[in-house]
Write a protein that binds this ligand. Structure first.
Ligand code: ADP
Ligand code: MG
Length: 228
């Protein structure tokens, strides 16, 4: 199954998106207000108080996640383009991956098929943000553990970065929907992560493709033009 993501332009309508974002943020805020009100009730026991407090914080965190993802999307320009050493940048991500995978046993493999350094043009922070979003999704797809493989390879013109997981995978319908605002199958998902990834890959002149099989796993491949 293969689905190329080309929907980004459609969602450049920031204004329209802002309206739906406001709506999405209102939900967790309303819940939070409800829990805060309940905390003010007389004779409330400490156990309930603690539970309401935790829910209130969760609601605020969810609203915050939506805002963060949206702001990243609303400003997808490249302001500080410079050559990025792809292998070095990926190796630098390793310390950030482990804390994401503490909840399950995940083996992390990094394979650079070529020995020499390879470069692409872009903004290193945004490149990292892209990869981390994809890596986070890969890890979240393997709640029972699995293998996360990040592979880089080059040909004459391009660099290819693959992020593969052995997780739950996606069916055809899910594959079609990924990258659309608010499409999420997760209880605490925002459904904005891939929308941001798609727009960031695009502004860097790259392409992104997903391959997935239910129950087997997902491979995401990003392609960028080689620099130099
Ligand atoms: P979120 O992670 O907040 O749900 P994303 O935009 O990052 O939002 O992803 C949208 C949806 O795409 C996820 O909820 C999940 O259903 C699906 N998805 C993305 N990456 C993977 C993956 N590696 N394996 C399985 N499903 C995935
Ligand atoms: Mg995500």
């Amino acid at each position: 199954m293969q689905e190329e993501l080309y929907n980004a332009e459609k969602y450049q309508m920031i204004g329209q998106l802002a309206a739906s974002i406001s709506h999405e943020i209102r939900n967790p805020l309303t819940t939070t207000r409800g829990f805060l009100q309940m905390m003010g009730k007389p004779n409330i026991n400490t156990e309930a108080l603690e539970r309401y407090r935790a829910h209130a914080i969760e609601g605020i965190e969810h609203a915050n996640a939506i805002i963060t993802d949206y702001l990243n999307y609303a400003k997808p320009s490249i302001e500080d383009a410079r050559p990025i050493d792809v292998k070095a940048e990926i190796n630098a991500l390793i310390p950030w991956i482990s804390p994401l995978s503490v909840m399950s046993t995940i083996e992390i493999k990094i394979i650079h098929e070529q020995e020499a350094s390879c470069y692409i043009m872009g903004e290193p922070k945004k490149f990292q943000q892209c990869l981390l979003n994809l890596i986070k999704n890969a890890i979240e797809a393997m709640p029972g553990g699995g293998v996360l493989t990040i592979t880089t390879r080059v040909d004459q013109a391009n660099v290819y970065i693959q992020i593969a997981d052995t997780g739950i995978g996606m069916n055809k319908l899910q594959l079609k929907r990924i990258g659309m605002p608010f499409f999420t199958t997760k209880e605490k998902g925002t459904g904005l992560g891939l929308m941001v990834v798609v727009s960031l890959v695009k502004v860097m002149g790259g392409q992104i493709v997903f391959n997935s099989k239910t129950g087997k796993g997902t491979i995401c491949e990003i392609r960028y033009a080689l620099y130099g």
